[in-house]
Design a protein around this ligand. Structure first.
Ligand SMILES: [Zn+2]
Length: 78
């Protein structure tokens, strides 16, 4: 009787490990796969204050407006 319980626990343990390993593999394929089609665009946006075109990723965003620099951001707020 005891041996059956023991086997059951061992089976459960290995089943758990297997599921965990599979889940990790699946997650990795879902999120870890490289996505070559996504290339970050260097979109240009105009500064709200001086009108200078800057890359969106380098611009400063505040209150839905874009600024080219800290100085412009301060001017834009004042
Ligand atoms: Zn500016």
């Amino acid at each position: 009787m005891l041996i059956k319980i023991f086997i059951f626990i061992v089976a459960l343990y290995f089943g758990y490990r297997l599921v965990k390993a599979l889940a990790r593999k699946k997650l990795r394929s879902l999120f870890g796969a490289p996505r070559p089609e996504i290339k970050k665009e260097n979109k240009l946006v105009p500064c709200t204050v001086c009108g200078t075109w800057v890359k969106e990723e380098e611009s400063l965003k505040k209150g839905g407006k874009l600024y080219c620099s800290q100085a412009c951001r301060q001017r834009g707020q004042g």
